[in-house]
Design a protein around this ligand. Sequence first.
Ligand code: 0X9
Ligand code: ZN
Length: 446
Amino acid sequence: MKKFRISARLAPIALLALAVGLGLGGPSHGPDFHTRVLSVLSAPGRVVELRRRGFDLLAEWEGKIYLLASDAETSALQAAGIAWAPEDGRLPAARFRPEGMQTGLNGAYHSYKELEKDIFGLQKQYPELARVFDMGLSLEKRHIYALEISAQSAGGQAKPEVLFLGCHHAREWISVEVPFQLGKYLLENYALDPDVRRLVDGAAIWIIPLVNPDGLEYSIQSYRYWRKNRRDNGDGSFGIDINRNYGYQWGVDNTGSSPDPNSEVYRGPAAFSEPETRLVRDFFLSRSIRALISYHSFAQSILFPWGYTTQPAEKDGEMAVIAARMAALIQAVNGRTYIHGESSRDIYVTNGDLADWAYGNTGIPAYTIELPPLDEIHGGFFNAEADIASIFGENLPAMLYLIDWSIQNTQPEAAAGKDRSGREKSGRPGRLPGGVRWTIPGEGIQ
Ligand code: 0X9
Ligand code: ZN
C-alpha cells in the first residue's frame, strides 16, 4: 500500500483520501449514496482519533460528532468500541442547516436558479461592465455560466484575464458565494472607488461561481453532504469527483483519487470524462487567463501546485510569495489564519485537480482556497448565513490583489509599471473602503 503523508491540517476530504488508501468503502445503500450519517458522543481527543481512523467528519455540535460512514466504517467504529447512533441519513436535520436560515432549504445561499437570476440581474443592471457567458450544459442539462466583468478597453486591446471559480464540490455552499460576491462588489463599486475602477479597466475578471450545478441542487434538495456530480456510474453508485477529473497526471496513482465509482474521490473513467470539467477546460483554453483561484471549503488554506506529487513545482517560489501575501491580506481583515503552501504537502496528495491542470498546462499561478471554518467544531460545511458576508469580506483583499498582480505582471513592461529587471515598481497602492491595501509598495513579485 502506498504511504500517505498527511499533515496536521486536513481538508475534510483528506479523511476520505485516507479511506481510499485503506481500501475502505462499503456497499451501496440505495441508489444514490453509500454512506449514512451517524453521531458519536464528543469526548476529549475523539475528533483527533476519528480523523486518524479516516472518517469523513461533518461537524461537532452540542456534544455530538456527526460523520459519514459506510457499512465497513460503521463496523470499524463498533470494533474500536466507539458507540454510535444513527442520525437522519437522507434529509438534513434542521440543526445541519446554516443557522438563521430564513427561506427554503438553502436560505441565503444560492441555489442554481437563484444564482442564474442574480447573475443575469447583474448583467442587466451593469450592461457596460458585466456580461454573462453560457459555457454549456452540465450532465443534467443545467447551464454553467461565466460572468465577465470588464470595462471595454479603448482600442480593443487585450487585457490580462483572471478567473475565480466556486463549487466543484456540491456541499461546499460557501464556495459559490465568495466568487459571486466578488462580481457584485466590483460592479457596485466601479463608479465609487477609483481603485476598483482601475482593476476593472485593467483586467477581464471572469467568475464561474457554480461549476457543479447538478451536485449543488442534489445537496440542497436531497442530501446535504453530497460532494460529486450526479453521473450514474451504472453500478448502483452515482457521481464523479470533478476535482479529480482534470487531465494533468490524471490517475497517475490511487493516492487521494480513486478508480472505484463508489468512492467520494472517484476520478471517473477517463480524464475530462465529465461535461463540467470539459467546459472549464474549453473555456480556459479559449481565454488568456493569467491567474486563478478555485474556492472550496473547509480548512482555511491557500494551496498551490503540485497536488499530485510532493516535488516542488518549478514556480513554487513565485506561487508561495503570492500565497503568503494573500494570507496576510486575509488575516488583516478578521484575524483568521489561512495556512499557505503546496497542496500535496499542506493537505494531501491527489491527482486530477483543476489547479494542477491549469498550472501544468500554462504555468500560471493557480490556487485552491479552502474557506472557513477551520475544522468540524467550528461548523464544518455548515457556515451560518450570517458568516457569508465576513468570509467574503476577509477574502476580498486577496482577490483584488491577485487581479492587480495579473495586471502588473502581464502588461507590456511600461504599462505594467515594471523596471527593466522585471520587478514591480511601487506603483499605485490599492485601498479598500476600510483602508486595507492590497498592493504593497516595493514588494514586487519577481
Ligand atoms: O480534495 C479536494 O479536492 C480539495 N479539498 S476538499 O476538502 N474541498 O475536497 C483540495 C484540493 C487540493 N489539491 C490537492 N491536494 N491536490
Ligand atoms: Zn472541495
